[in-house]
Design a protein around this ligand. Structure first.
Ligand SMILES: [Zn+2]
Length: 92
């Protein structure tokens, strides 16, 4: 097993735990996201664009903490916690 793969699995687990914890304990959810980010930075892993807010560490749950808008060739991910908007171009 390579370390990269193990780290990626741990990141995904932390994000899953964050989504589960969010409803009852948002602060704990942020802590999990923070740990996942630290791990991903150390191992140079990408967690994707729709996993968490890069500004306030809120885990993205579509409809709860994340609003998605689709415009011409651009997807807008809006954090409902701090209002940060990210533009993600996509191909048709
Ligand atoms: Zn945010």
């Amino acid at each position: 097993m390579d370390a990269q793969k193990i780290a990626k699995e741990r990141c995904e687990k932390l994000l899953r735990m964050a989504r589960e914890a969010y409803a009852s304990d948002p602060a704990l959810a942020k802590r999990y996201v923070f740990l996942a980010r630290k791990l991903s930075m150390r191992h140079r892993i990408s967690l994707g664009n729709a996993a968490y807010c890069k500004k306030c560490n809120t885990v993205f749950i579509p409809g709860a903490t994340l609003k998605v808008r689709i415009a011409k060739g651009i997807r807008l991910n809006i954090c409902l916690s701090c209002g940060l908007t990210r533009r993600i171009p996509f191909k048709h």
